[in-house]
Design a protein around this ligand. Structure first.
Ligand SMILES: Cc1cc2nc3c(=O)[nH]c(=O)nc-3n(C[C@H](O)[C@H](O)[C@H](O)COP(=O)(O)OP(=O)(O)OC[C@H]3O[C@@H](n4cnc5c(N)ncnc54)[C@H](O)[C@@H]3O)c2cc1C
Length: 821
């Protein structure tokens, strides 16, 4: 018994010091004080003091610690340290750590989250959204674009150029709009609800590509030449990295640029002989300037001693002699311009390299740096915009469409899907607003970019599939009145581009997250790589003992949170959201603890154990998504009517987080350790369930009834009520149906019979005949009937029209090879 009390006391002393994350010296003093109290109480005896001194002296005397502890640990660490390829190193070096670092810390500071200012538009940005963006949405007929012309109309192309849609990222001094990331996001959200061809055509020049690369790395001459022309749309850019042999493993590209002498404009100059085979390149068929990534070699030493210079980026004007460009791929019936580009032994001068010859070999670093920003904006925004519009349209459709004498949206099976559509739309808007704000305050959040790209494109795919199910045949039959089919067809495009999703989830999120967001691992790796031994020892000593304290702290905190259910953890608000903050504190600690255990056990092998890495990444991701939801709720004034959406998004995220944790522990490489960890982290199993039926019923109600919460959900989307605008027409019809129902009931009651809610024009006549409704009310019934029919009817075609578009393509165009410069 005596021994047990002693054990508990010593453990509790260590736990208290660790829980509060005291520094080594402060922790030693705290344990010392607790031991003094223990001595007075008769629990701590001479043996305990001896153990204390054996541990405390070498740990606190720097010279002893470094010589006898840090040095051997450093030596062993160098032997087992995971190998890092140069491309991985560039990926880890690129970008910054932001709120993701807090989530990885095991103790996120919620005040830091809520102190980040809310994303807002400037007056110019708002005017652009209300003016040109609204206008181009009205001009765009997606059926015409996707089925008849396989292109935007010439008028839309010109309108995009005239209003500088391609210049949102270009600085004002070059004639660009210099919009914030948040504003770009809102533009793409609005465009994507109308046409994926439109949003992709605008999104790509404003994302990773010549414009972005030139602004960061271009020479003055390149900037002065290209940026004003890109701003006016005189130049249309594309960026070519991918080829048949280098898809996800883009760094392995076989395309080459050999330094050699050649003739250029009548003179012999040193330049590059380029040979490349690229595919899937967005805007390539219409591009006037091609950003090209290739591996650069200098076999004859014309530039210096380095023969293998590495990945390099150059800009090639379209009329570069020998370049094959112009053919089109056909991406899933969403025919934005996309095609191959090829070239063999094309000679270009060195000043075609972005940034000039000094930037030779810097291409990969340039790309990953820019990608970390682009991934936060383009695909997540298009996905969020699509989901917001789908949420409104599906709610309206479900309320208008009746079967079994009821709006289909009243049926429980449909409510389940509506719940998920609404909850996800709320979350996706929350994630894009918060993440783009990060970019606007100077972050390049690479891990967050990967999280946004993966989760928002997946959620969009889920949303559009659920909406298709609710729409039934209305979603399936393509034609000018189908607002869903192309989004459904095109969903895999967003999944594939900018890092295909399986790779992004399994390798990138946690692969980068563990290194970048962990407070000590990157420092340890950098220290171990440091060639200066004294400096390495100094750095490593600081990192490794910080890390040990961190691991102990997370271990004790995990136990405490499990036993207490995190009920005593801190939360910045005392309302319904408090429990979410507390749970997230708990899982943040668990993530930090499990990361250390996994890394200690598997070392460099962890990155090859993709499914473990993916699940750890899921924990980080769901913590991030959930914090965005809490942030949005607060930023928007803690609107009580939004609470069902907030609860759904939080419960869905935290439930999925717990599933990921459970699966991680069930599949842990050591079964015994997996079970022990489960006992520490989830001794009572999962604490969250899927969002309840009751909650999803409430969300289904929000989506089907015009209200403030619904308006906030569709904020900023294109909902014009002008004729031909499909989504606005649905909104109008929804309002009409709701207003018509009481009138219809009056007529039924007066007629003493149950009339079907169809042919409302006849119901109107009956009501007038019975003298129970006014002419105005009758007119509303007639209008409602027209809208109702527009909503439920689908297109049909003269067979020849369909055959024509399938069987009579234009004669095959040979790829255009430019013969001379
Ligand atoms: C419509 C469209 C537009 C595009 N636009 C451009 C553009 O403008 N410029 C450009 O350069 N490129 C562009 N791309 C290329 C795009 O970025 C690549 O398609 C993408 O990187 C995937 O390459 P892949 O299709 O060859 O798939 P693969 O690399 O063959 O991958 C196949 C599958 O394997 C998975 N996978 C691969 N490696 C791993 C791993 N280590 N762990 C787990 N899973 C893995 C992938 O996730 C994927 O699911 C575009 C592609 C498309 C489809």
């Amino acid at each position: 018994m005596q021994l047990f009390i002693w054990f508990i006391y010593v453990l509790a002393s260590l736990a208290v010091a660790s829980y509060f994350r005291m520094k080594l010296f402060n922790g030693t003093v705290a344990v010392f004080c607790l031991f003094v109290v223990g001595s007075i109480l008769g629990i701590i005896g001479e043996f305990s003091w001896l153990l204390f001194l054996i541990a405390a002296i070498p740990l606190n005397i720097e010279s002893i610690r470094k010589q006898y502890l840090t040095t051997p640990i450093l030596n062993s660490f160098r032997k087992i340290m995971p190998e890092m390829s140069s491309t991985e190193k560039d990926a880890i070096d690129a970008g910054t750590v932001w709120w993701d670092g807090e989530l990885f810390s095991g103790n996120p500071n919620w005040q830091t989250l809520h102190n980040i200012p809310q994303a807002r538009l400037t007056a110019d940005e708002q005017a652009f959204l209300d003016g040109p963006v609204e206008e181009v949405c009205k001009m765009c007929d997606d059926w015409e674009v996707t089925h008849k012309k396989a292109d935007l109309s010439p008028e839309i192309w010109q309108f995009l150029r005239d209003h500088k849609f391609f210049a949102m990222i270009i600085k004002k001094e070059y004639g660009g709009l210099a919009f914030s990331a948040y504003a770009q996001s809102r533009v793409l959200q609005k465009l994507s609800s109308i046409s994926a061809v439109l949003s992709t055509t605008v999104g790509v020049p404003n994302s990773l590509g010549p414009g972005e690369l030139l602004q960061h790395y271009g020479t003055k001459a390149q900037q002065d030449h290209y940026l004003p022309r890109l701003a006016t749309g005189e130049e249309i850019p594309c960026f070519a990295l991918t080829g048949p042999e280098a898809g996800s493993d883009a760094g392995s590209l076989p395309d080459t640029g050999i330094v050699c002498k050649g003739q250029w404009q009548g003179e012999e100059v040193i330049g590059l002989s380029l040979t490349f085979n690229k595919r899937y390149i967005t805007l390539a068929p219409v591009a006037t300037v091609v950003g090209l990534a290739f591996k650069m070699f200098d076999p004859d030493g014309l530039l210096g001693d380095t023969k293998d210079l590495g990945i390099t980026c150059a800009l090639l004007p379209r009329d570069t002699a020998g370049m094959e460009i112009g053919n089109r791929h056909f991406p899933l019936n969403v025919p934005f311009h996309n095609g191959p580009i090829r070239g063999k032994d094309i000679f270009v001068p060195l000043d075609y390299i972005i940034g000039g010859a000094e930037m030779a070999g810097q291409g990969w670093r340039m790309l990953v740096e820019c990608l970390s920003v682009g991934r936060v904006i383009t695909l997540p925004s298009s996905s969020a915009g699509g989901a917001k519009s789908i949420a409104l349209a599906t709610g309206a459709y479900a309320r208008i469409r009746r079967q079994f004498k009821l709006p289909v949206g009243k049926m429980e099976g449909i409510e389940e899907k509506l719940g998920s559509i609404g909850g996800n739309a709320y979350l996706m808007e929350a994630v894009t607003s918060f993440s783009t704000k990060g970019v606007d305050i100077g972050e390049k959040p690479s891990v967050i970019g990967a999280i946004c790209k993966y989760h928002l494109t997946e959620k969009m795919r889920q949303t559009v599939a659920e909406s298709m199910d609710i729409h039934g045949g209305k979603g399936v039959m393509l034609g000018p009145n189908n607002y869903l089919g192309r989004a459904y067809q095109g969903a895999p495009i967003a999944i594939t581009v900018e890092g295909a999703n399986i790779l992004t989830r399994n390798m990138m999120i946690y692969g980068q997250g563990a290194m970048r967001c962990h407070p000590y691992v990157l420092d340890e790796l950098l220290a171990a790589n440091n060639q200066d031994d004294d400096e390495a020892l100094e750095q490593f000593d600081r990192a490794v003992f910080g890390h040990i304290g961190f691991a102990f702290s997370n271990f004790f905190r995990s136990i405490w949170f499990s036993l207490s259910g995190a009920h005593l953890a801190s939360a910045p608000f005392k309302d319904d959201t408090a429990r979410y903050y507390r749970t997230m504190q708990r899982y943040s600690t668990n993530l930090a603890f499990l990361s250390d255990v996994s890394m200690a056990m598997l070392g460099g092998e962890l990155k090859r154990r993709e499914r473990l890495s993916a699940r750890l990444g899921d924990v980080l991701s769901y913590l991030y998504l959930a914090s965005c939801v809490l942030k949005r709720f607060d930023d928007e004034g803690r609107q009580a009517t939004d609470l069902p959406l907030v609860h759904w998004a939080m419960q869905d995220s935290l439930y999925k987080l717990e599933v990921a944790l459970e699966e991680l522990l069930n599949n842990f490489p050591s079964k015994i350790l997996g079970k022990a960890l489960k006992l520490i982290i989830m001794p009572f199993g999962k604490s969250y369930k899927r969002p309840s039926d009751k909650l999803e019923h409430k969300i289904a109600g929000i989506l089907q009834t015009p209200c403030e919460a619904r308006d906030r959900l569709g904020k900023g989307q294109f909902l014009s009520r002008e004729p031909g605008c499909l989504l606005g027409d649905l909104e109008q019809t929804l309002e009409n149906v709701l207003a018509a129902e009481p009138i219809y009931n009056t007529v039924c009651k007066a007629a003493g019979q149950y009339l079907p809610f169809t042919e409302l024009n006849l119901v109107a006549e009956k009501g007038l005949e019975l003298g129970v409704i006014s002419e105005e009310q009758a007119e509303l019934l007639r209008e409602t009937e027209k809208g109702r029919l527009r909503t439920i009817n689908v297109d049909d075609f003269d067979p020849a029209e369909l055959i024509q578009s399938v069987e009579k393509p234009k004669p095959k165009r040979k790829p255009r090879t430019v013969k001379s410069a």
